[in-house]
Design a protein around this ligand. Structure first.
Ligand code: MLT
Length: 450
């Protein structure tokens, strides 16, 4: 007997009892209980609106299929922005010492503070923010295991009726997590979701996220930008902050790549901009500056001055909601990893992370120069680890992806995977060994001289 039959039998039994029952409301509730039994558990239908797979696993799937069919191919992966160089020695030493702490009852640690240990948050506040004139206090910093999770989870503390703006192309997590949360309608054939406001960033507007003509409530900005490698000047960010303050909007500022800024005039934090404490949340990560993609440590700043409206019209402090959310759903990052992150702020850690960032930036320079010499139009890669390339000969992003994979066995990321306006572009990541970057550029430029 399947669930449907079971439900029908149950209703029949209730119908037979119906004659004797004099209270119709009780009978109705019996029937509805039976009907519920006859159906299965339901899913979050918003997930069904998502495109087949998240971009990077989809690329990995295609590359693995190619590798299986061509076992001798020496594939070079410049797709996902995953680091390749070892952890800085200062971080490793600190983590080894932290493991030893865990082996001694007097220094052993159980649950840590959900917000992160004060000794790490104080160093971040002092060195990443206050040293740059950005007024961020240690207790406005929440340590987490990743900016990807935080940029998605932050939506939980916002209402359902917000108008949301993203740049196009954009880091796909911002879009997909809004789809999952039910903040969008369906996607059109270009992959654009109904209900989102897309701000195209292309060569024509110099990859600038232009201020929208309409009012939006939540805005995602990422600088240095993933995927285009573009940066935002102080003046441009000031325009965004002025817009947000005038419209009661909140900016989600993803600064995961701030360590790659080489131009001293470019701000590293949104809080270097006047008024940003009243309209912005900032996300940062140890993944790219200190090689923590596999170690996991990041941070989110929610200023205590930041508010948004409740349904009854009152102002609510977002810090309180995020603190409540983290205390309930998150147990913090491990003591060992936080000690490793803390070491980034020691003099040795600073020198070693600088060297790591410089190494990847030198890779980016090699990619830019070689592709430019081959006649390709190339953007980014100066203050960012990503180089954004116009595909040659009018190839679509995925056509160029397939061609590169099949002819020279090099993997990049199709620009269209970051949004409709990324069509006709291709992202090359500088996160790899020097040897692999040089070899990949040799192979590409020999094959694709324009
Ligand atoms: C990327 O390749 O865009 C990054 O690896 C994304 C991420 O850090 O999650």
């Amino acid at each position: 007997m399947d669930q449907f039959d079971a439900g029908v039998n149950c209703i029949n039994r209730q119908l037979m009892n119906y004659q004797q029952v004099s209270q119709p409301s009780i009978t109705v509730s019996y029937f509805s209980a039976c009907l519920q039994k006859s159906t299965m558990a339901t899913v979050n239908d918003n997930y069904l609106k998502l495109k087949a797979g998240y971009l990077f696993p989809e690329i990995a799937r295609r590359v693995n299929a190619f590798a299986q069919a061509n076992p001798d191919a020496k594939i070079i992966r410049l797709g996902i922005g995953d680091v390749t160089e070892p952890l800085p020695e200062a971080c490793r030493t600190a983590m080894i010492k932290a493991v030893e702490d865990m082996g001694d009852r007097s220094s052993f640690k159980g649950y840590g503070p959900e917000q992160g240990y004060a000794w790490l948050r104080e160093k971040i506040a002092a060195q990443d923010f206050q040293a740059r004139g950005a007024a961020v206090d240690a207790d406005e910093i929440f340590i987490s295991d990743g900016s990807k999770c935080d940029t998605g989870n932050i939506l939980e503390i916002f209402g359902k009726n917000n108008t949301i703006a993203v740049t196009d192309p954009v880091y796909p997590v911002y879009v997909d997590t809004n789809v999952m949360a039910g903040n969008t309608g369906d996607a059109n054939e270009k992959g654009e979701y109904a209900g989102l406001v897309y701000l195209p960033v292309t060569a024509e507007n110099n990859f600038t996220a232009e201020i929208p003509a309409q009012k939006v409530d939540l805005i995602y900005l990422c600088f240095p930008n993933n995927p285009t490698g573009a940066t935002a000047t102080k003046e441009h960010l000031q325009e965004w902050v002025n817009y947000a303050k005038a419209n009661g909007s909140i900016i989600f500022f993803d600064a995961a790549y701030e360590a790659f800024i080489t131009d001293p005039t470019i701000p590293h934090s949104i809080y270097e901009i006047e008024g940003a404490r009243d309209c912005a949340i900032e996300f940062r990560s140890f993944s790219k500056n200190a090689g923590f993609t596999g170690t996991r440590c990041a941070l989110t700043v929610v200023p205590k001055t930041l508010t948004a409206k409740a349904a009854d019209g009152s102002n609510v402090e977002l810090w309180k909601l995020w603190n409540r959310r983290q205390s309930t759903k998150f147990n913090g990052v491990s003591y060992i990893v936080q000690r490793g992150a803390e070491a980034v702020y020691s003099p040795e850690g600073q020198a070693q992370t600088k060297a790591l960032v410089s190494f990847y930036l030198e890779n980016a320079k090699i990619i830019r120069e070689q592709l430019t010499n081959a006649g390709l139009s190339v953007y980014g890669g100066v203050n960012a680890p990503y180089v954004w390339v116009k595909t040659p000969n009018g190839l679509s992003s995925w056509e160029f992806f397939d061609k590169l994979l099949q002819t020279v066995n090099v993997v990049g990321t199709p620009g269209s995977g970051f949004g409709a306006a990324g069509e006709g572009y291709f992202r090359i990541s500088a996160f790899n060994s020097r040897e692999n970057v040089e070899e990949a550029m040799k192979r590409i430029t020999e094959k694709f001289k324009v």
